[in-house]
Design a protein around this ligand. Structure first.
Ligand code: PRP
Length: 204
């Protein structure tokens, strides 16, 4: 880490990371306004379902979006999180010998979803393989309905087809995005905006 980040003393706020961003793509205000729109749309669509709406996120990039989106939905709902171990190698680790799209659940939902309206929240859908796996698993639990809300949708890389993405915040370009939950080596998640990470940072 020390070779890619500015020296720690001095400015320890998240603004210390801003020199590593080449461009701010979505400001805090852009994001807030889009999240409010999505919240209004979801409120209208699920207005008739009583207390049967379950909104869950897949940690951990989704944290800020899930927190803001659920507060923008003016309906009674239950919220939950799932943690998974993906198929991507962690920093410095060898890639797992697991086919793409095969995901292990490390923390399942606490809330039952059978017969209920389920909205999966994601920060980013890229290949779609993660959600393909999760959606198939949730369908086996026989929800009344299943839909996906993602803040960023990167369709250019899509491998899984027919995902029920009903709500999408922004079409994501094929850049390395960080902020508002999105990370590079677990940093940048707390930036209030989303920016493009400078190429020289991740290609070192
Ligand atoms: C991101 C994102 C999705 C997944 C999407 O998670 O939150 O879960 O990648 O990629 P896919 O469509 O190609 O399957 P990541 O593995 O970066 O973990 P994080 O949420 O903890 O940052």
């Amino acid at each position: 880490m020390s070779n890619v980040l500015p020296p720690p003393p001095g400015d320890l706020s998240y603004s210390a990371l801003s020199p590593l961003i080449s461009k701010v793509l979505y400001s805090k205000e852009n994001i807030a306004s889009r999240v409010s729109e999505l919240g209004r749309q979801i409120t209208a669509d699920y207005a008739g379902v009583g207390r049967d709406l379950v909104v869950f996120g897949i940690l951990k990039g989704v944290l800020p979006f899930q927190a803001d989106l659920t507060r923008a939905i003016d309906l009674p709902l239950q919220t939950d999180v799932m943690t998974i171990s993906g198929y991507r190698p962690e920093n410095g680790q060898a890639p797992e010998r697991r086919p793409p799209g095969v995901v292990r659940i490390t923390k399942d939902l606490d809330i039952p979803v059978s017969g209920r309206h389920v909205l999966i929240v994601e920060d980013m859908v890229d290949t779609g393989l993660t959600l393909n796996f999760i959606a198939r698993m949730i369908r086996q639990r026989q929800p009344a309905s299943l839909a996906i809300a993602t803040l960023f949708n990167r369709e250019a890389n899509r491998l899984a087809l027919n995902l029920p993405i009903r709500y999408s915040g922004f079409d994501a370009p094929d850049d390395f995005l960080v902020g508002y939950g999105l990370d590079y080596r677990e940093l940048f998640r707390n930036l209030p905006y989303v920016g493009i990470l400078k190429k020289e940072i991740y290609s070192l």
